[in-house]
Design a protein around this ligand. Structure first.
Ligand code: ADE
Length: 225
């Protein structure tokens, strides 16, 4: 999968994709993330990419020309399956959206900054608008990192144990069960017997039951979906 990200603050995105699972995805040739500085397509020598909002009001708006020129140029390499704009008024990101997007080949993610991007770019180019939650970040960069991380680990072949993503929280609308590792007795707190008795069927049933209990207690809304 190839993911291009357009941003005015590329430095915010230098590290998140160079570690752990996403680094492995990159090293295995399964995921390429390219971060593009929107200022490369600035409209003048002052590197301008934003301007005051028509009608007044606080904050700056990313101008349509730099964004359109950037997208047009990037699209010359091939069309995107989705052009995603990160914005608090987008659809709420969840595991289902991550699953869907992990099956795509080419994504472009546009990060807003300041007051956002000119509406005409949303109408003309953007195919999907995503929010990572009901709060406002200073820009879309950290949100984009969240989305790329959630998608990247789902790309087939990225996780060494292919099945492990299947048991993540939210797959099947259930939270994950509790997990334990050694020692079996930590300061008197013991691991549930079932996990040390070596009966895989009983372990599976126990985990499912724990998932259900946890979901009922913490996120009953998931069970209603
Ligand atoms: N940009 C600013 N806030 C955001 C949010 N909550 N989700 C996605 N992009 C954003």
């Amino acid at each position: 999968m190839k993911i291009d990200i357009l941003t005015v603050v590329p430095d915010l995105l230098t590290s998140p994709f160079s570690h752990s699972i996403l680094k492995r995805a990159h090293d295995k040739g399964l995921l390429t993330v390219r971060v593009h500085n929107l200022r490369k397509w600035a409209i003048n020598k002052h590197m301008q990419v934003d301007d005051y909002p028509f009608g007044g009001g606080a904050g700056m708006v990313l101008m349509p020309e730099p964004l359109a020129n950037a997208i047009d140029e990037l699209q010359q390499e091939g069309k995107y399956d989705e052009i995603i704009y990160m914005t608090p008024d987008g659809e709420r990101f969840n595991q289902k959206a991550a699953n869907q997007l992990s099956l795509k080949e080419n994504l472009l993610i546009i990060c807003g900054h300041y007051k956002g991007i000119d509406e005409r770019i949303r109408q003309r180019y953007v195919t999907r608008e995503i929010s990572i939650g009901d709060y406002v970040l200073s820009g879309g960069e950290l949100a984009a990192a969240v989305v790329v991380d959630a998608i990247g680990r789902l790309i087939p072949g990225v996780l060494s144990d292919e099945t492990s993503a299947l048991f993540d929280s939210f797959q099947d609308n259930l939270l994950a069960p509790p997990v334990y590792t050694r020692p079996a007795d930590f300061r008197g707190d013991k691991v549930p017997d079932i996990l040390t008795q070596g009966d895989p069927k009983k372990v599976e049933d126990w985990r499912h039951e724990q998932s259900l209990t946890r979901t009922k207690e913490r996120r009953p809304d998931l069970l209603e979906e």
